[in-house]
Design a protein around this ligand. Sequence first.
Ligand SMILES: Cc1cc2nc3c(=O)[nH]c(=O)nc-3n(C[C@H](O)[C@H](O)[C@H](O)COP(=O)(O)OP(=O)(O)OC[C@H]3O[C@@H](n4cnc5c(N)ncnc54)[C@H](O)[C@@H]3O)c2cc1C
Length: 519
Amino acid sequence: MRVLVEQIDTFGGQPIIIGAGLAGLLTALYLSPEPVIVLAKAPLASGAASAWAQGGIAAAVGADDDPALHAADSIAAGDGLCDASIVERIAAAAPGAVDDLARRGIAFDRSPGGRFNLGLEAAHSRRRIVHAGGDGTGREILRMLIASVRQTLSITVLEGVEARRLLMADGRLAGILAQTGAGPLVLPSSRVVIATGGIGGLYRHTTNPLGAIGQGVAFAARAGAVLTDMEFVQFHPTALDVGVDPMPLVSEAVRGEGAILVDEAGERIMAGQGRGELEPRDVVTRVVWGHITEGHRVFLDARKALGVHFTARFPTIAAYCHTAGIDPATMPIPVRPAAHYHMGGITVNETGRTSVEGLWACGEAAATGLHGANRLASNSLLEAACCARWVATSVAGTTARSRSNLQPTATPGDMVDANPMRDIMARYVGVLRDRFGLRAAIEVLRPLAFGDHAAADPALVGLMIATAALLRKERRGSHYRTDFPGPAYLDSRLSLAVSEGDIAAHFVPAISTPIAVGA
Ligand SMILES: Cc1cc2nc3c(=O)[nH]c(=O)nc-3n(C[C@H](O)[C@H](O)[C@H](O)COP(=O)(O)OP(=O)(O)OC[C@H]3O[C@@H](n4cnc5c(N)ncnc54)[C@H](O)[C@@H]3O)c2cc1C
């Protein structure tokens, strides 16, 4: 532990946004002209999953579409655990959110007549994926947001500054503790937005930036915030399997264009399964996983569907493939499942407020109720874009409290390291789960999570995922227990609250009834 060396008062209690992906940067822009500080532990545009989004943004903008259909598809994917009112609100706001991004300068791909070129992804009943730069939607969005933020004088971006703790004083949120290249510092504020993204970096195989280790979720938990749906981790079935960490994604949109999944003998592995390659993501993932664990290899074959047109439609994916010596026009692409998206996170209401006064969450770190047990493809950029506006409105409408007296404090060590747990998560808390594996993971993670260890925060998040997975005794969406035969229709969403020293788990609405870990 090192003693705190610097406390910065210059910013006079401005709201602080932790994270500079779509959620964080757009919240900052919506807050303008109110002054705001944005913290990014990595340089802008690197370290944010937003920049890597390929498929696009789901919105009912097609002539044959309607927000009610989009909402129905989202609810079906969520397998009974979506919050219908949030789903309807976000589906209804989606066309406006896309318009807003277009007005801010995103050149979405359109036909010569000006209509959106709409992509199709799994479990969508209509073509409704708005995209930019072919498969470069996220890159285009972040480029525009970064340029806008740089031109907005009310926004102060602190790059290379990593938040480490929420600071409480007299039981209230009072600021954050951060680590910089020059040492630790304190930023006082009574209004903080967590926009730290996902958790894929906790797993050995992931499509996420390796810094996506759920730090914001850990901060919120340690500050007493309620978390929901932690057990629901989406594994993408088609990460490019060429030994690169993190694994480049081969978007579902490639299957949307007709590419098929085959084994090493060229046999189609999704033949006879409902909508085939466009079955929901969790279904496709389990089929791919099953083949791989039986010793087969799995490939995405786009030769017939796209052939020489592959590079024009999917330039980013084609570049990943070519770097690995694969020509997708003439060769099948090797793929395997990888941790991709976290449906759960910090429980928020429709304005993004958490259960801790003065704390909001936005983007993948938040659990709004949109995704339930399984996210519908391309609903996450949408969620971040819609919620950023609602969070900004709520933050702006909340008066800053006068500064609390923040005593110099100690900060955890120089680095945060998820490496010690990545194999444990992959082995025991992955695509298929059972009580023995989950208990084994909890045994290893618990001492890490509550000790003075570089892996403490990532381990806490992993521990909460494993604990919630152990408590959910059924198969539901992305959560597949091999020791239970199917869904048990446990309709409740599972919430967890953490206290330093131990973890107590609660079912909503019976929040006050703790269930011991290992139950
Ligand atoms: C390869 C890939 C493709 C995807 N494709 C799509 C798609 O087509 N459509 C779709 O809807 N979704 C897609 N997703 C999901 C989507 O990109 C993310 O869910 C979404 O971008 C999350 O946005 P965010 O702003 O919450 O987090 P991010 O964009 O990940 O940003 C998180 C930010 O927080 C910062 N940060 C983290 N911890 C700290 C800390 N302690 N201190 C300071 N800063 C911190 C990071 O550096 C980063 O700036 C994809 C995801 C991946 C990985």
